[in-house]
Design a protein around this ligand. Structure first.
Ligand SMILES: *Cc1c(COP(=O)(O)O)cnc(C)c1O
Length: 382
């Protein structure tokens, strides 16, 4: 059976060119970047080349990039790192209700440790309200962390405006840009971003490597004690091969951004148009403008999303439901709840996220399958 993969927001396939650049760092250039001899120096050189490439993707200085093990570690390092460094200045953090668990659960952990967190509401499209943000700032606010783009409904937040508000109040601004990097043109200097998280496996590099951008001059508490790696901020021998992969993937993402965006938008808009024509009671979640190019999320009223996924799986289709299933109980997605969907709609949500390898023919297959499966499920329900 042909596998059709529409879950690029969950993870992406490693690009062939990325893997090829990684290979020598396993069998030939396997040195430790901290070693003084030739092999070590070669590994160090590869590390710094990757750092430059990642910095080029978001337009920062190479020395402002810290390599981590994943997007979650970058989020943890940014939020806890600022919180603990500044705990004597203030203990208030502002974030939103639709953040990834890597941010939400980090903030919840800080709350247990005496910090205070404001979780901003979002409107029915997933946008935070700038006035509410401004009004929630207090004398002791030390950090604003708002995601660049939402992983479930694709909403691209007003990053430049948010960063201006943070700047006006002298508050550090962090953004989880794991979904945005490689899909949106990001210039941290122009946007005024102080800290940014990204992850390799969301942009065609392997799983288990990420990066955190920290603007020069911003102090944060180190996340991992150990050796002096990453300017003494993260102990642990660097994951050289994967970092090389992240560097290559960043270079490819930068060079191919326009075509990549156009391709994804074409597939997304074709999918949305067809679903709205053929399944008229489907409700699009998230905005029509300012939306990630590859993201489409529909709620199908009266349909059980988990069941729908199983039927899609039988046809080789990989997609995602708007809920997290934990041992038999289905919890509605916190994002879909935050945009005000009722239970009937949170239950029947389906996220598809397109990638470079998808074609219009794949989308036809997806739409035809959905129409068939959903109509059958509805018949059974009646
Ligand atoms: C995937 C994802 C993360 C976590 O990244 P990992 O590398 O899997 O830890 C964080 N934030 C968002 C928005 C994501 O989509």
């Amino acid at each position: 059976m042909k596998i059709r993969y529409f879950d690029n927001a969950a993870t992406t396939k490693v690009k062939e060119e990325v893997l090829e650049e990684m290979f020598p760092y396993f069998l030939e250039q396997y040195g430790n970047p901290s070693s003084m001899y030739f092999l070590g120096r070669e590994a160090k050189r590869a590390l710094e080349k990757a750092r430059k490439r990642v910095s080029d993707l978001i337009n920062c200085k190479p020395q402002e990039i810290y390599f981590t093990s994943c997007g979650s570690e970058s989020d943890n390092t940014a939020i806890k790192g600022i919180a603990y460094k500044n705990k004597d200045i203030g203990k208030h953090i502002i974030t939103s209700k639709i953040e990834h668990p890597a941010v939400l659960h980090t903030c919840q952990a800080l709350e247990k440790d005496g910090f205070e967190v404001t979780y901003l509401n979002v409107d029915k499209y997933g946008f935070i309200n700038l006035e509410e943000l401004e009004n929630s700032i207090k004398k002791d606010t030390i950090l604003i962390s708002i995601m660049f783009a939402n992983n479930e409904i694709g909403t691209i937040e007003q990053i430049e405006e948010i960063s201006k508000i943070a700047k006006n109040h002298n508050i550090i601004f962090h953004t989880d840009a794991v979904q945005a990097c490689g899909n949106i043109d990001i210039d941290v200097e122009k946007l005024g971003i102080d800290m940014l998280s990204l992850s390799g496996h969301k942009l065609n590099a392997p799983k288990g490597v990420g990066a955190l951008y920290v603007k020069e001059g911003i102090e944060f508490q180190k996340f991992m004690d150990g050796g002096h790696q990453e300017k003494n901020k993260r102990g642990g021998t660097e994951n050289v091969a994967e970092i090389v992969g992240l560097g290559k993937a960043s270079e490819l993402a930068k060079n191919n951004l326009k075509q990549h965006q156009e391709h994804l938008k074409t597939l997304r808009d074709y999918y949305i148009k067809n679903i709205e024509e053929k399944l008229p009671d489907a409700k699009l979640n998230g905005p029509r403008e300012n939306r990630l190019p590859g993201n489409a999320n529909f709620s199908f009223p009266g349909i059980n999303g988990e069941e729908l996924l199983i039927h899609l799986d039988e046809r080789g289709i990989c997609a995602s439901a708007g809920s997290a299933c934990t041992t038999g109980t289905t919890n509605p997605s916190h994002v879909l709840v935050a945009i005000g969907l009722d239970k009937n709609l949170t239950k029947g949500a389906l996220r598809v996220s397109f990638g470079d390898e998808n074609t219009l023919e794949d989308v036809d297959f997806l739409v035809d399958s959905l129409v068939e499966i959903i109509n059958k499920m509805k018949e059974k329900n009646n």
